[in-house]
Design a protein around this ligand. Structure first.
Ligand code: SF4
Ligand code: FE
Length: 490
């Protein structure tokens, strides 16, 4: 689909969406939601442009047809590297979260796990998954990947919760499918998706096997409700196309998705009670999505560009400390890029033929993402100045009473219109503390797993024995002798 066809396809969905407590008839036209739809539309538009085709499209291993890369199952490390490049490209052109990665990551994780479950249990999840994949690829669909349950009391497993719906589960098993109840929270791009792919949120043990469940449903399936999360400065979008929005083109959105007894036919169920495979599914999805945080490198590009612009508008771009701070911003941003390229280049083939990123490097990349954007944002605010938070509104510029004063006293370098200076300040505000800060900062912290989740994985994946052995060898420690004296090794 191209961008227009994508928008039309969303209009056909009968989604049950609430924004600020009110039901929205046409999410595509809602002023708060529309910028987020336009950001996803960019993933379609770029795929039709010859200069981006190599990065944005791929050849389906199922049909042999050219497809949007967001629906592709990675067939090589080259595919993985292109995925990272695609993320940076889209982040740098949208300046926000373009939302379509979660579904791509869910599809790839499921392509591995369904195959492994079939090998062990003789089930038929993998062929079922491939049929579903063909449906997604043929329709060039946007899928939402829904993983995070509300979780209730964090000290208790799903089966011990006072309210059993705190983790999504099946409440009825029928001949033709299952009925599910629960919720998924923090759902990126939910109402811009044609499909919702649900996965368990964590490792499930035997006692919690009712919660070891994965499936896909159309986003407008009966019983699904979307409640859109508030974002900082979101109601500025209701003020029209003023420069107070910062990013006047694009935005993101997050939603809480309620599954109130939703029916799922068996041919759309990809895991049901096979709790011993939940760890793998969660870890693989997380690793793919941690790689996807290449998007933040692209948003970093926008922020660095905006910072250079405001430095020039303010006449401070030649100051050596300003130059040095911008070098530091670039250094941090390119270091992030190294991580998402490295975990892709070091990927490997899984049993199903799907290529998986290097888990350790993907976790290290995401761990850096929880930190560096904050430092890049700090430097941007340092250079931009306190006017970031004291700037009068765009409406004051239009005021017949005070407009002339606002215009006169927000001007800096001669020849630069005051409005241009205000626009770039608003963009920096948008990315570092406004609506786009949801994506650039807090989502960098918690999206694809909070920092501690990556530290646990880093601890588990690093080969500490090997490092110890090399160190001991180089300084002449004899393993046998040490074993004798301490009685612990040998
Ligand atoms: Fe994609 Fe980044 Fe948005 Fe996640 S935060 S959906 S990786 S753009
Ligand atoms: Fe995310």
């Amino acid at each position: 689909m191209d961008a227009k066809e994508y928008e039309q396809s969303l209009k056909k969905l009968k989604l049950n969406v609430y924004v600020l407590g009110k039901k929205v008839d046409s999410p595509v036209d809602d002023p708060i939601l529309r910028p987020s739809m336009l950001a996803v539309a960019l993933t379609y538009e770029l795929a039709t442009m010859p200069e981006y085709r190599d990065v944005m499209t791929a050849t389906s291993h199922v049909s042999g047809k050219t497809i949007n890369r967001f629906t592709h199952i990675h067939q090589s490390t080259d595919d993985l590297v292109k995925k990272s490049k695609m993320g940076r490209l889209l982040g740098s052109l949208s300046g926000c979260c373009f939302q379509r990665c979660v579904g791509m990551d869910a599809l790839n994780a499921l392509s591995i796990t369904t195959h492994v479950i079939d090998q062990k249990h003789g089930t038929a999840y993998y062929p079922r998954f491939l049929k579903y994949l063909a449906h997604v690829q043929d329709g060039d669909m946007t899928c939402d990947g829904a993983m995070t349950d509300p979780k209730g009391d964090r000290s208790l497993p799903p089966s011990k919760q006072a309210d059993p719906d705190q983790y999504l589960h099946a409440v009825e098993e029928r001949k033709d499918g299952i009925v599910v109840r629960g919720a998924k929270v923090h759902q990126t791009g939910a109402v811009n998706s044609h499909e919702v792919i649900v996965m368990p949120t964590a490792t499930m043990r035997e006692a919690d096997k009712e919660y070891a469940i994965s499936f896909a449903v159309p986003s407008d399936a009966r019983g699904i409700t979307y409640i859109i999360g508030r974002q900082s400065c979101d109601t500025r979008k209701l003020e029209g196309m003023t420069f107070d929005r910062g990013n006047v083109c694009y935005g993101g959105h997050e939603a809480m998705i309620i599954f109130d007894d939703v029916f799922v036919p068996w041919d759309r169920v990809f895991m049901y009670k096979e709790h011993e495979f939940t760890t793998q599914l969660v870890e693989h999805f997380a690793a793919y999505h941690r790689q996807s945080y290449a998007c933040k490198v692209g948003v970093g590009d926008v922020l660095i560009g905006a910072t250079q612009v405001i430095a020039e508008y303010n006449g401070v771009d030649k100051a050596s400390h300003v130059k040095d701070k911008i070098i530091e911003m670039n250094h941090l941003n390119e270091t992030l890029y190294c991580g998402c390229i490295a975990c892709a280049a070091e990927g490997h083939r899984e049993q199903s033929g799907t290529y998986l990123v290097d888990l350790l490097l993907a976790n290290v990349h995401k761990q850096n993402i929880t930190r560096f954007p904050y430092e890049i944002a700090r430097l941007a605010q340092d250079i931009a100045g306190g006017i970031l938070v004291t700037l009068p509104s765009a409406k004051d510029f239009e005021s017949p009473d005070v407009g002339k004063w606002v215009e006169k006293y927000t001007r800096a370098k001669d020849g630069i219109p005051a409005e241009n200076r205000c626009r770039v300040l608003r963009l920096i505000e948008n990315i570092t503390m406004g609506a786009a800060a949801v994506g650039y900062l807090t989502e960098s912290m918690h999206g694809a797993g909070s920092p501690q989740a990556q530290r646990i994985m880093i601890n588990r994946l690093v080969n500490m024995r090997e490092k110890q052995a090399i160190a001991k060898k180089l300084c002449g420690i004899q393993p046998a002798a040490e074993g004798k004296s301490k009685g612990t090794e040998g």
